[in-house]
Design a protein around this ligand. Structure first.
Ligand SMILES: Cc1cc2nc3c(=O)[nH]c(=O)nc-3n(C[C@H](O)[C@H](O)[C@H](O)COP(=O)(O)O)c2cc1C
Length: 205
């Protein structure tokens, strides 16, 4: 085994998950060809049937992991019904995976307003024009909606739509995985304790 392979297991010594996540995301930002913040977001519908799709991470700190979406979309409705979700990052260039699961909170209006205001004008118009996840009769219908909202907001700020905001997954578990030779991967899972600290376990690959 080479030195690099031995060193790759150093992350298993981390005492808490957020600094480790920050350092892995930094590595991914340097090495991924695009969208290092992309993650698969898992939810369940009211029948308990899982659902999954990609979203972009737009913020994280010790309180949790934030993404933004249309609350009337499939994912929005599924989360609002359960207030639980899970996410999975996979950075192919690094051969690393991070899994996060836990209860979900809605971000504050101030947080959502600030992020919405930072988006390009076209994306803000799109948030009004798209009835995300509902049937669309034609591309023309979408372009017409975009034209209508563009005309409505020729001047002045574009307010955040009431149905568009952010969710924060508050992790009860965060797992870090790194590829190792012969499928003998390194895995470490952090589990929240009642006093707000973390238990840490290594897992068999
Ligand atoms: C790389 C990538 C990033 C995406 N980011 C977001 C996002 O941040 N928010 C969002 O609502 N949809 C995002 N989407 C689109 C979603 O995957 C999905 O098509 C859409 O949100 C509707 O999902 P739903 O019907 O399950 O609610 C992204 C798609 C890809 C491929």
């Amino acid at each position: 085994m080479t030195d690099t392979e031995l060193k790759s297991g150093d992350f298993t010594e981390a005492a808490e998950p957020f600094q480790l996540f920050a350092s892995w995301l930094k590595d991914a930002t340097a090495s991924e060809p695009n969208d290092p913040t992309a993650l698969a977001l898992a939810t369940v519908d009211t029948d308990g049937l899982p659902d999954v799709r990609m979203v972009l991470l737009k913020g994280f700190d010790e309180h949790g992991f934030v993404f933004y979406t249309n609350f009337e979309s499939a994912k929005g409705r599924e989360i609002l019904a359960t207030m639980k979700a899970a996410m999975c990052f996979h950075w192919k260039s690094l051969r690393r995976q991070v899994r996060v699961r836990g209860p979900v909170e809605i971000v504050t209006d101030a947080e959502a307003d600030e992020y919405f205001a930072s988006r390009p004008r076209g994306s803000r118009i799109g948030a009004w024009a798209s009835k995300q996840s509902r049937p669309l009769e034609s591309r023309f219908a979408l372009e017409k909606a975009v034209a209508e909202y563009t005309a409505r907001h020729v001047i002045g700020d574009i307010p955040r739509p009431p149905h568009w905001s952010g969710f924060r997954i508050v992790p009860s578990q965060i797992e870090f995985w790194h590829d190792r030779p012969f499928r003998l991967h390194d895995r470490v899972v952090f589990t929240r304790t009642k006093d707000g600290g973390w238990d840490k376990d290594r897992l068999y690959p």
